[in-house]
Design a protein around this ligand. Structure first.
Ligand code: GLC
Ligand code: CA
Length: 543
């Protein structure tokens, strides 16, 4: 499993086969050759289940049916069959912390069915009539909304149309396993579990202490591991070739090790996000700040070393559908080839399973939107209004949304330089702005794509990449993110320059005659010192 690379595909934005402006499963089928040529092992699809789409499919109304806007079950069956002809697996997104309020469980609960009321967290207001707890929703506002006209409230850590499921209820846990088994029976072997480490809320919900965040009360509680073990035993754990990843919000290193150590029989790996908060002022996302390289490097080293020492396994990623494009945050889209390949090499040669987020492999960057009307995501609109309410000017609030919005990565895949980037013959649900510069057919994109192909091939070829350990290198050299990896007589030194200028790196004698395994700077010559240009990357192999 460690030599695999996973591609994340956002179905709504990959390819639209019928001109309605929304990507769909037939669109993916039409583009299978593209995915095959990249040579990825598995594709993680963001949710395409029946959903009102208040949170782009993370509000699921039926876990066992395809939303008509994305296609039909026959399309899905065809897609999985065609991908498996090419030995590409499918990873589905299991959103099991909450359901849409349009889900029949919630609807039955609302209609008074006690069985389904016990699926959710329903609570009375406090004696003074205020909300059951002071918890905040992660999308802004209180985490409680009125449960019909019953006088009770239901808990929603996300949007008010995403009601949290009560995992204390064994019937809820059985439903979760059943859903996973439904897809296993169709041959699905990969599962990504959405916000998995918040399923262990305490039964007795209490207020967060003034000045503290409520998330500490419900994140990574010990019972999460019990629930994951049970889910594994009743579903994916029965497939020796299953690949699972838990999306872990604000998780800790020791917990991440525990979730993924093979002997614990929980998950193959986890996503953690600490390295993607180094451009947050005081941990707050909706703020403006150039990222802190030293903080980033320290986090990458802490997690690389800690996971290796503890025997855990991490997902390696810079981008996903919730993050602005890394090339804008940590490098420079004006130096697109160097920046994109630097970011790619820095994680693909590291210890863990690399994920490629749709469009990253051609160097896609954030769109240049000019007004709030260009954004679709509720989170962006809520944040904009909250920033205005805090007293920011419209100009400053917009600048923050522009840099931080999730729509930055959700723009359609850029297939060509046409008006809709070759994504649709209709009006795209979200607009593209820079497809003339970056698209599958552009020379710069093709060079980036070829670099990714090579990284994927190297991971299959060299055990030191898939299985090696992890040791930080050159922490005293400004702007260098370096690490060394050793395995069975192979030694790999990976050097990544995050600066917009040259840096000088003293090379240990053991690597002075090493082979250059891959670089984005063909003129390099390893000697006693190596000058690495802006956004340069090089991997030296000694065996
Ligand atoms: C995860 C998803 C995100 C979604 C949230 C609530 O963080 O990646 O897109 O909004 O969960 O389901
Ligand atoms: Ca469509």
């Amino acid at each position: 499993m460690h030599n695999q690379v996973i591609y994340q595909l956002y179905p709504k934005s990959f390819y639209d086969s019928n001109g309605d402006g929304i990507g769909d499963l037939r669109g993916v089928i039409e583009k299978i050759d593209y995915l095959v040529s990249l040579n990825v092992d598995m594709i993680w699809f963001n949710p395409f289940f029946v959903s009102p789409q208040n949170d782009n499919g993370y509000d699921v109304a039926d876990y066992r049916a395809i939303d008509p806007r994305f296609g039909t079950m026959a399309d899905f069956d065809e897609l999985i069959a065609k991908l498996s002809e090419h030995h590409i697996g499918v990873m589905l997104d299991m959103v099991l912390n909450h359901t849409s309020t349009a889900h029949q469980w919630f609807q039955k609960a609302l209609a008074g069915d006690a069985k389904y009321q016990a699926y959710y967290y329903l609570r009375d207001p406090k004696p003074d009539g205020s909300l059951p707890t002071n918890w905040q929703s992660k999308f802004g506002g209180p985490a409680w909304s009125a449960f019909g006209n019953t006088g009770k409230y239901y808990l929603h850590l996300y949007d008010r149309t995403q009601a949290d499921l009560d995992w204390h209820n064994p019937e809820v846990r059985a439903e979760a396993a059943d859903i996973v088994n439904f897809w296993r029976a169709k041959g699905v072997r990969g599962f990504r579990f959405d916000v998995l480490n918040v399923i262990g809320k305490s039964d007795s919900l209490v207020d967060a202490e003034p000045g503290t965040e409520s998330k500490f009360l419900y994140t990574d509680t010990p019972i999460v591991q019990t629930y994951i073990k049970e889910l594994a035993a009743h579903s994916f754990g029965q497939d020796p070739d299953s690949v699972t990843v838990g999306e872990m919000s604000s998780t800790g290193l020791q917990q991440a090790v525990a979730y993924t150590k093979p002997e614990n029989h929980e998950l193959s790996m986890v996503f953690q996000f600490h390295h993607l908060k180094v451009d947050y002022v005081d941990g707050q996302k909706w703020t403006a700040m150039r990222y802190d390289f030293n903080a980033l490097r320290k986090l990458l080293h802490t997690w690389g070393t800690g996971m290796a020492q503890g025997g855990g396994w991490q997902a390696l990623f810079w981008n996903n559908h919730d993050q602005p494009r890394a090339i804008d945050r940590f490098a420079d889209p004006k130096q697109r080839y160097a920046s994109a390949t630097l970011l790619a090499a820095s994680i693909h040669l590291s210890r863990g399973t690399p994920y490629i987020y749709m469009g990253e492999e051609i160097g896609m960057s954030d769109p240049d939107y000019t007004g709030m009307n260009d954004y679709v995501d509720i989170e962006a609109h809520n944040a904009y209004n909250a920033l205005l309410a805090q007293g920011l000017s419209a100009h400053d609030a917009f600048a923050i949304v522009h840099a931080k919005a999730r729509d930055n990565s959700r723009t359609p895949m850029q297939w060509d330089d046409g008006a809709t980037a070759g994504f649709t013959t209709g009006t795209p649900w979200l607009k593209s702005t820079n497809q003339r510069v970056v698209n599958v057919e552009a020379a710069v994109s093709q060079r980036i794509f070829a670099f990714y192909q090579k990284l994927i091939a190297l991971r299959k070829q060299f055990n030191v990449i898939s299985e090696g350990d992890y040791q930080p290198f050159g922490e005293n050299i400004d702007w260098l993110y370096g690490y060394q990896r050793d395995f069975g007589g192979q030694h790999l030194l990976v050097l990544n320059n995050f600066a917009d200028h040259d840096i000088e790196i003293p090379i240990p004698s053991a690597f002075q005659k090493a082979q250059i395994l891959i670089t984005n700077e063909p003129s390099l010559n390893p000697a006693a010192t190596l000058t690495l240009p802006a956004y340069g990357t090089v991997a030296l192999l000694q065996q």
